[in-house]
Design a protein around this ligand. Structure first.
Ligand SMILES: Nc1nc2c(c(=O)[nH]1)N[C@H]1C(S)=C(S)[C@@H](COP(=O)(O)OP(=O)(O)OC[C@H]3O[C@@H](n4cnc5c(=O)[nH]c(N)nc54)[C@H](O)[C@@H]3O)O[C@H]1N2
Ligand SMILES: Nc1nc2c(c(=O)[nH]1)N[C@H]1C(S)=C(S)[C@@H](COP(=O)(O)OP(=O)(O)OC[C@H]3O[C@@H](n4cnc5c(=O)[nH]c(N)nc54)[C@H](O)[C@@H]3O)O[C@H]1N2
Ligand code: SF4
Ligand SMILES: [Mo]
Length: 735
């Protein structure tokens, strides 16, 4: 008998609502949920193959423990005992900093990751925390921290209402959007055009998004801040800025932009001066407008400067915190004013002395920390939902370093390039066996929405889900042992949060009895009870009865297609957390970093510059085992402009060797008019076929690890984010 279940897709930031048809425990069909309040039936090829991914025979069904050098199946009790022993031994002998943590991208999409990684970090008590953010969006956190005082206050383009969208370094027609949660991004862009609005895309490749745009401008990789400063210059020179008394630093900005007139920056970025001035005039003249930049602007030489300028242009044109402009999302579980003053460098990495940023260090230096002897050397590593060997700079170097660790434990469903080095692998239960709520992503959504998906399938009693796995790791790290009860962790966290809430005069539950409130919580397990607590205390919550009609877990369980809580509203005044109480348009660390830009004004780079790309049917390194997604246009080719290829005598389909300071790969050449001359593009995430992995489909897929080429020494200075786009390579014949 078939049955239907509704569940949020966990694969990308679009958070589409899915309608899943099951027979027994088998998924027989996945469709977009037409009644979903947010995604309204939208689905991409990845969501359609969620069943195949969830039932992939290569997914590990139980833990593995290394014995005599070989990873062997073990019981859960044995696996957790092995973790307790392995981590305990390293921490006892070498101290807490000898145990590092790496957290990967899927953790942003799991409820478990969002609920338990905070406590796990705290329990590990190490300064060696690394995440995929330092190969992704950290620059945006730094610019938000410096401008708004809150590193999570990242403006989201108000897609559904804007009249003018300037997009740089993003390709949402293939990625489905990032730091802008908007299911059916393509449809929303088409709607923008249909209502008379305009879309301009700036990208060294003519992407599918660029093809949809009213205008596409090629840009030399890594030079976006020059273009944006040219825009800022024009806004001031032509008196096109909009004043706002909440802004500080406007005059500083005016002065520093003087050095970057369109005529001076055009030669660097390859965008004609007149086009730059036109962009400024159009942005200023549009009834509403917003600038949006993503991966191509973030994992780049000037990631933080560009992230800052994106929001500066939105602000100067009067579009910050206003419908149709750059707005701040509000998740149903709430947003409160950031309390700690924002600063980076609260500690530094041991070997390269790189500053901490929002509690983490650049993953580009993880291998240094493992390889370099001395006090504080990393000897053990916990990875959760990460595959840094394929995803971070000099992956092969990290691969070698991982092999030298005393202990590696990986929470991951697959035996892949990274986890093959593990001493213990702890695979989470099936995707459909866990509940889903987007703690991390709903705060970046273009509408205020709430949606919870309870587990679709029941789990065997002895099969822990990811929440339980991470809770147990936390208890082990906290010294409570492998046998401690995970429920106790949840109840402790609930009690702590309630004690804080009732003591806070601004809280709607101020003065109430925490034990009585805890007793009111509902949920099938600790995760659900904690989610209920977050929802009830959140911006839209019922505050345990103080706000009748407000949200709770129950209201979400009763709304399987989600709840729409309306469009974004101006909230800046409530969240501004800078010391000055104003929006800092020219923060000191950023102004200092502009020296690097000035130095580059006269410089010219010869040779090829490499950028990445994403294919619609991929998800970083780990979707390649789904046969329904492999092949076709989803190939690991080096794209090159046909004129460049002709000049060098290269032919389509031949093998070429791409090399950088760090390494070299040999791959297939694909001449493509979609890419600007002087630029080549290679996608990341390929290269799974390594000894000791179990990814039978991916291993057959042709492709190389793009991070063989990326340089761990090339970082955006302010954020420590790796330069994955816009670095120099040589292309030649295979040797
Ligand atoms: N050259 C280059 N490199 C890049 C990029 C680029 O554009 N160019 N992009 C960067 C970006 S934006 C990112 S976010 C990073 C990603 O970097 P990572 O997060 O390190 O890598 P992923 O490939 O996403 O690997 C995710 C891992 O999580 C596992 N996994 C999947 N689902 C779950 C789950 O539910 N629970 C657990 N515990 N594990 C799960 C997968 O098996 C896989 O091992 O890569 C970066 N690397
Ligand atoms: N299908 C699919 N979807 C995904 C993912 C995936 O792997 N596959 N990964 C997910 C993740 S983790 C993330 S972070 C998001 C990322 O989402 P997006 O930011 O939309 O990522 P990309 O599609 O890589 O688009 C980046 C664009 O930047 C361009 N670019 C490169 N260098 C420069 C530059 O210097 N300047 C400018 N202006 N442009 C440049 C590239 O040509 C590319 O078109 O996608 C998510 N969604
Ligand atoms: S767009 Fe993203 S969330 Fe939507 S179905 Fe595709 S992978 Fe899933
Ligand atoms: Mo990402």
């Amino acid at each position: 008998m078939a049955r239907t279940a509704y569940r949020t897709c966990p694969l990308c930031e679009a958070v589409c609502g899915l309608e899943i048809t099951l027979e027994g425990r088998d998924v027989v069909r996945v469709r977009g949920d037409r009644d979903d309040v947010f995604s309204r039936g939208f689905l991409c090829p990845k969501g359609a193959t969620l069943g195949e991914l969830d039932q992939d025979p290569d997914r590990l069904t139980g833990p593995l423990v290394r014995r005599g050098g070989v990873l062997e199946p073990a019981t859960w009790a044995e696996a957790f005992a092995a973790v307790e022993k392995g981590l305990g031994r390293v921490a006892a002998a070498h101290g807490r900093d000898a145990v590092a943590l790496y957290v990967g991208n899927p953790s942003a999409h799991t409820l478990a990751g969002q609920l338990y990684l905070g406590p796990l970090r705290k329990a590990l008590g190490t300064t060696n925390v690394y995440t995929a953010a330092s190969v992704d969006q950290l620059p945006k956190h730094v610019s938000a921290g410096l401008m708004f005082g809150d590193p999570t206050a990242i403006p989201v383009p108000d897609l559904d209402r804007t009249d003018y969208l300037l997009m740089l370094g993003a390709n949402p027609l293939e990625s489905n959007g990032s730091l802008c949660t908007a299911p059916d991004f393509p449809g929303r862009l088409k709607a923008l055009k249909a209502r008379g609005g305009r879309l301009v895309v700036v990208d060294p490749r003519r992407t599918r998004t660029a093809a949809l745009a009213d205008r596409h401008l090629f840009i030399r990789p890594g030079t976006d801040p020059y273009l944006l400063l040219g825009i800022v210059h024009t806004l001031f020179a032509e008196e096109l800025t909009t004043a706002d008394e909440r802004f500080a630093g406007v005059e500083d900005l005016r002065t520093l932009a003087k050095e970057f007139p369109p005529a001076a920056v055009a030669a660097v970025c390859g965008v004609p001066a007149e086009q730059i001035a036109t962009l400024a005039r159009e942005l200023a003249a549009a009834p509403t407008a917003v600038v949006y930049g993503r991966i191509g602007t973030s994992t780049a030489e000037f990631g933080t400067l560009t992230s800052w300028l994106v929001d500066v242009v939105t602000a100067l044109t009067g579009n910050l915190d206003r419908p149709g402009g750059g707005m701040f999302g509000v998740a149903p579980h709430g947003r409160t004013r950031w309390r700690k003053p924002f600063r980076t460098g609260r500690w530094h990495s041991r070997v390269r002395h790189l500053p901490e940023v929002i509690g983490e260090l650049p993953v580009a230096t993880l291998a240094d920390e493992i390889r370099t002897p001395g006090e504080g050397q990393v000897r053990a590593l916990v990875t959760v939902a990460g595959n840094p060997v394929l995803s971070t700079p000099d992956g092969p170097g990290l691969d070698e370093a991982l092999a030298t660790l005393d202990f590696l434990v990986s929470v991951d469903p697959y035996l892949n390039a990274t986890t093959r080095h593990a001493d213990v692998v702890l695979p989470p239960a099936r995707i459909l066996e866990s509940g889903h709520y987007d703690v991390a992503l709903l705060g970046f959504a273009v509408r205020r929405i709430a949606r919870y998906s309870p587990p679709v399938l029941e789990r065997a009693a002895d099969r822990p889900n990811e929440s339980e796995i991470l809770a147990r790791l936390t208890l082990i790290a906290a010294g409570q042992g492998a046998g401690a009860d995970p429920a106790q962790l949840d109840e402790g966290l609930i009690a702590g949060a309630l004690a804080k809430a009732v003591a806070d005069p601004a809280s709607p539950v101020h003065g109430r009895d925490p034990a009585a409130l805890a007793a009111e919580l509902t949920g099938a397990d600790g995760s659900e009870r904690r989610l209920d607590l977050m929802l009830r205390l959140g911006s839209f919550g019922d505050a345990f009865g103080a706000r009748p009609g407000g949200l709770s877990l129950r209201t979400l369980l009763d709304a399987p297609h989600g709840l729409d809580l309306g469009p974004l509203e101006p909230v800046l005044d409530a969240l501004l957390a800078t010391a000055s109480g104003r929006v800092e348009l020219a923060p000191a660390p950023i102004v200092a970093d502009l020296a690097r830009l000035r130095a580059g004004l006269g410089a010219r780079r010869d040779g090829f510059v490499l950028v990445g790309r994403r294919n619609l049917r991929t998800n970083n390194s780990w979707s390649h085992n789904v046969s329904g997604l492999a092949g076709g246009s989803n190939r690991c080719t080096l794209q090159m402009n046909p004129d460049d290829a002709a000049r060098l005598g290269f032919e389509a389909g031949q093998q070429v060797r791409v090399s950088s300071r760090v390494g070299a790969v040999t791959t297939v050449l694909e001449p493509s008019a979609s890419i600007m001359p002087g630029v080549v593009s290679l996608p990341h995430g390929f290269g799974s076929g390594l000894p000791g992995t179990r990814l039978r489909v991916a291993e057959q897929t042709e492709g190389v690890n793009a991070n063989t080429l990326t340089d761990p020494n090339q970082l955006d200075a302010l954020s420590g984010t790796a330069v994955l786009n816009g670095f120099t390579v040589e292309v030649g014949y295979p040797t």
